[in-house]
Ligand binder design. Structure first.
Ligand SMILES: [Zn+2]
Length: 94
């Protein structure tokens, strides 16, 4: 029970950081300790790991798209962004 609660808290915490982790946003970097905590949780949590993989998929798709066309189609980028946002925020606010 305590374990489940702890996992839930970690999931909530991680969900809010996965996108930042993926973006490696230089203006809002994860602290080393936070990155470590996130990695540790991802290693044991299938749900958050799947979320990270989903986000990586979107990012990779964007990169591939940009390479192929010399620039991404804005409408498609917006759609993928929205999808990525849903992936990273969708579970946090329940
Ligand atoms: Zn989790």
């Amino acid at each position: 029970m305590i374990h489940a609660l702890r996992t839930m808290i970690e999931c909530h915490w991680s969900a809010r950081r996965i996108q930042r982790h993926l973006d490696a946003d230089p203006s809002a970097p994860l602290a080393a300790a936070d990155a470590q905590r996130l990695e540790a949780h991802l290693a044991v949590c299938d749900r958050c790991d799947a979320e990270l993989s989903g986000g990586r998929g979107v990012k990779a798709a964007l990169a591939r798209f940009g390479e192929r066309r010399g620039g991404p189609d804005p409408a498609r980028v917006a759609r993928l962004r929205l999808q990525a946002q849903r992936l990273s925020h969708g579970q946090g606010d329940r």
